[in-house]
Design a protein around this ligand. Sequence first.
Ligand code: HEM
Length: 430
Amino acid sequence: MTLSPSLADERTAKHRLDSPVKLDIQGAAFKRNPFPTFAAMRAAGPVIPLKLPLLGRAWATTTHEATLAMVKDNDLFVQEGRHAGKAGAVGGMQWWMPRSLRPMTSSMLLKDEPDHRRLRKLVDRAFARRDVLAMRGPIEKIADRLLDGLEGRETVDLASDYARRLPMAVICDLLGVPDEDRDAFSNWTRAALTMKNAFGLFRAMGSLDKMIAYVRDLIAESRISPRPGLIGELVRDEEDGDKLDENELLSMVALLLVAGFETTTHLIGDSIIALEQNPAQKAWLLGDPSNRMERAVEELARYTTPVQSTKPRYVSRDADFFGQSLHRGDLIIAYLASANADPAQFERPEVLALDRFPNPHLVFSSGIHFCLGMQLARVEAQSALARLYARFPHLRIPPPDQVAWIEQFGLRGVRSLPTRLDPLLTRLAA
Ligand code: HEM
């Protein structure tokens, strides 16, 4: 009988959390080509111990099977420390967290049932009022407006001038954040999300503080004069049915802003890089973009997996899981990017195959915390790529060894992407 790779691994490796497998999962070489590291991770077993920046030792799932099993089991794997015998610690957040940031622990991402269900239902309802597909037109208009601003320039930074600005405009429109505040907000979230280590976290505190104070003001203003957008709706829902308390409302808005912005930025940026580095695939896509874009974006999402892992969970009780002995209170992450590169699930996972189907990737996770904004993110990436390549089919990005990947655990993306638009080539091709 042939054993599936995950079962075979399960028999070979028995690990201990206090002797983590040594792998670089943060550096530029890993970000440039993570597939060999994912193979090494899976070779070490379906669940392995790692030393993570900021968090310390944690288990990580490496195969598709173990990753899916983990995110679906919200009984064994919990968000709240108190459900795993960890008094005071919430979702991996530590005692040294400043008071101003404490409200963030009310976010639904950090809650177990039944609190999570209650919070998610409220925002699900607000999202359901909008037909995400109907947002395609307005999103394409935003893309066109941004591209107008690039017209006539030979070299642009596609990361900051396009991939960053588009999701920021979309999420701010959705929430009802005024135009004039968007750049400041973008800078605060960038500082908060690009910290590499404890020192970076310390530096990021100031930005996080400002962001939270800003969201607090927005909510207060919405209370005084009703405004269009989700913030206004959430405030109204709160007042109608007394559903969200002040901290929950604050953390919900901050979660949507943060979760909906940097993630999609990287999906767009990473997709451009992947397409430019795979010209035959790009040519296939541009041969019939309107019919091929949806499937292509699924594969680009799998291949790049911009959010590489879930937030850590706690193990709620001693248990055997894929051959490892987990203990109550241990931390564990679902390594989505490694799952998406598992050859047991994807034929030649290291190859970008834009027509791959079926494509059961875990880019948006699964289980009760699966991404609330996945349809929106898909439409944003599809629109961003379609409009960009309709206008500028001939781009020149830096060669692979000069692409400046951010060296931060958990996200795969770039901060800048200097790009030649080659208007001459584009005009000749038109
Ligand atoms: C490419 C873009 C995106 C990616 C790759 C992504 C990925 C994810 C992942 C992996 C999770 C699970 C996290 C965990 O369990 O620890 C998640 C949760 C979440 N995402 Fe996204 N996301 C994206 C875009 C968005 C957008 C556009 C929004 C909102 C407008 C959004 C809102 C959320 C929220 C609210 C959660 C928490 C859900 C819960 O706890 O029930 N995301 N996302």
